[in-house]
Design a protein around this ligand. Structure first.
Ligand code: AHR
Length: 611
């Protein structure tokens, strides 16, 4: 018998419990959430020596018609490379120049508008045309008027809006001429005019984030923050200011170049747009292979303090003024930082950590600080407000870990931030139902232990299907389509949990109750204080749950339920079948009594209106 009781008021669940973790991995930002269509827009990805690799740019026209060369000719000091385009033919038969395919093709749709900005210079007066063409170059989807260039003027900024007349999800951008000429281009940007909240985020992907109602967003990594080598670690200062002046950098852990269009400012903006708290993870002088000794860590500490000033300082402070200039005079709501990522065991981690910790607490006493050292099984030897807890494991392990936090000490020490969790390996494939069910059980365990776990986020969040550096992930996409894995849908079941009340529940089932994990919460929405019962069946047999409620505060006849299950526990979603494993509504019956059958390998949420 399963008895759910509503004894007393229950326990408040922290308002921060469920959030998201964005890392620049799998082309999550570049070629993902950031809607810039041009890849390697400043020609810097090949390095600053010339000649330099300009991939994925390619020539338009034969080698007898066009010559491309990188030169240190840019108008921008921090990203010196520009592209010289020499058109060799006179009165060319077809346009000649250069093309960019973006990140495995650009999504160009008939009727939609795209803003193109680039810098242009010519040796003598001549003209160029900007176009979107189909992936095989056979169809012109949109074309600018002729852009005349005055050879005496030097670099000029060009801004145009192209309206597409036809659709190709894998289009290219071209800049071409038909006359014998030499011109240079640099910092070429193409973005859809319509983006999420007008701030440059790809709409379908940002809306999928919004659907999760994340209470925080941890960014920008992960290992990305550390770098394989320190010289390639993400540095906030290089990611702010006018986009065309950002140098970009090689994310050497995940092996690709970032133009850094999505930078510190954009992450803070995204958090605000999602009504989520930003959690900035910064490098503390430790990478995967090298470290800065504590005696030399001062400039790194200053870098972190400057980053806090950028987010929080008044617009009359040095970095607050830069934020204001970028369009956000008011401070951002930054309340949490994490010092490093997965670096606890490193030689200088702890001593460096303390330098950062005390400096931040001195100037920003209200900022909560996350340490990389796991405090779940021991008392930490350094102060912290939260500690990172990362877990990637098999489905059965993670399922059993729904008890992970049951027995940890309930002292006043730092709280757990499960900042990365997922089922990985054979159980997970590219996002199986099995993995998602184990994660659901783990999350229910967290919900029940939210007195000691204050934050939780799945990892990784995004994967561009063309660059699967890490499987599985939460949201899959290419240039134009996207879907959620079962793990994504599981997270959606918890969107009302943050800030809700955990109801004391004492749950048993008809059979095989060891495969079942459950919780009950009351939503914090005062207009709709529903009770939500969640139950996972991780076993291969259906379980009958009879939920008798002694109190009269609910009526199962008015309940609604959704279930996540499928014919085969290894089922996954895909572009060809994006909704194979998604939540479906279930009809409930009965009055003041809930008899439900939880099918084998399923996850159910029953919403009961409070009377
Ligand atoms: O989520 C992928 C990686 O896993 C993260 O970069 C790192 O923190 C962890 O090892």
């Amino acid at each position: 018998m399963h008895v759910l009781s509503d004894e007393g008021d229950g326990t408040p669940i922290p308002s921060t419990l469920f959030g998201i973790f964005f890392e620049e991995i799998n082309h999550a930002g570049n070629g993902g959430l950031w809607s810039e269509l041009v890849s390697n827009r400043g020609f810097e990805a090949g390095g600053q020596n010339t000649p330099s690799n300009i991939a994925p740019w390619t020539p338009v026209g034969s080698s007898s018609d066009v010559l491309l060369a990188t030169e240190r000719a840019s108008p921008f000091a921090r990203n010196p490379i520009a592209l010289r385009v020499e058109v060799l033919c006179d009165s060319c038969q077809a346009p000649v120049g250069v093309a960019n395919p973006g990140y495995w093709g650009m999504d160009v749709r008939a009727g939609d508008e795209y803003k193109i900005i680039f810098w242009l210079k010519a040796a003598t007066s001549s003209s160029v045309v900007v176009s979107f063409v189909s992936s095989d170059s056979s169809v012109t989807l949109a074309q600018s008027d002729t852009i005349n260039v005055d050879g005496t003027k030097g670099w000029t900024k060009q801004e145009i809006v192209l309206k597409a007349q036809a659709t190709d999800h894998y289009a290219q951008l071209t800049i071409t001429s038909k006359e014998k000429t030499v011109f240079w281009i640099d910092q070429v940007s193409a973005m859809p005019v319509e983006t999420y909240k007008g701030h440059g985020f790809r709409k379908d992907l940002a809306l999928m984030l919004e659907e999760l109602k994340p209470r925080f967003i941890r960014f920008p990594g992960g290992c990305y923050v550390e770098g394989e080598r320190l010289q390639n670690a993400w540095r906030w200062r290089a990611s702010v200011g006018p986009w065309e002046e950002r140098p970009g950098h090689l994310g050497d852990v995940w092996g690709y170049w970032s133009d850094d269009g999505i930078g510190y400012f954009e992450f803070l903006q995204l958090a605000e747009d999602l009504d989520a708290l930003p959690i900035w993870v910064f490098n503390n002088g430790v990478s995967h292979t090298d470290e800065v000794a504590t005696s030399l860590i001062g400039p790194f500490v200053q870098e972190a303090l400057d980053g806090l000033e950028f987010a929080l300082g008044s617009s009359s402070s040095k970095y607050g003024a830069l934020r204001a200039k970028m369009g956000h005079p008011e401070p951002f709501n930054l309340k949490y930082v994490a010092i490093g990522n997965e670096d606890c065991g490193k030689q200088y981690y702890r001593d460096n950590y303390l330098q950062f910790y005390y400096a931040i607490k001195k100037y920003y006493p209200d900022i909560s600080i996350v340490t990389n050292c796991d405090g779940s099984y021991r008392q930490l030897d350094h102060p912290a407000d939260l500690y990172d807890f990362h877990i990637y494991t098999s489905a059965s392990n993670l399922f059993n870990m729904n008890h992970q936090f049951d027995k940890i000490s309930r002292n006043d020490g730092p709280k757990a931030f499960v900042s990365e969790y997922a089922v990985t390996g054979n159980d997970a494939g590219r996002g199986s139902l099995l993995a998602a069910l184990a994660e659901a059980a783990f999350l229910i365990g967290i919900e029940r232990n939210s007195d000691v776990v204050h934050m939780t986020s799945y990892a990784p969040l995004f994967v561009n299907n063309n660059d699967r550096r890490w499987n599985p992930d939460s949201i899959v996409y290419d240039s134009w389509q996207s879907y959620g894995t079962p793990s994504y849908w599981v997270q959606k079941f918890f969107k009302l949990s943050s800030g809700a009340t955990l109801l004391p529940s004492n749950i048993t089932g008809s059979t095989n109750v060891n495969s079942v994990v459950t919780s009950a919460i009351r939503s914090s929405d005062t207009n709709d204080p529903s009770i939500i019962v969640k139950a996972v069946n991780f076993g291969n047999k259906a379980v009958g749950l009879k939920l008798n409620i002694d109190g009269s505060f609910w009526n199962s006849a008015n309940s609604t339920a959704v279930i996540l299950t499928s014919n085969n526990v290894m089922d996954e979603n895909s572009f060809s079948n994006p909704t194979k494993v998604v939540p479906k509504t279930v009809t409930m019956s009965g009055k003041n009594q809930m008899g439900i059958t939880l099918p084998a390998y399923s996850f159910m949420a029953i919403t009961v209106p409070s009377l």
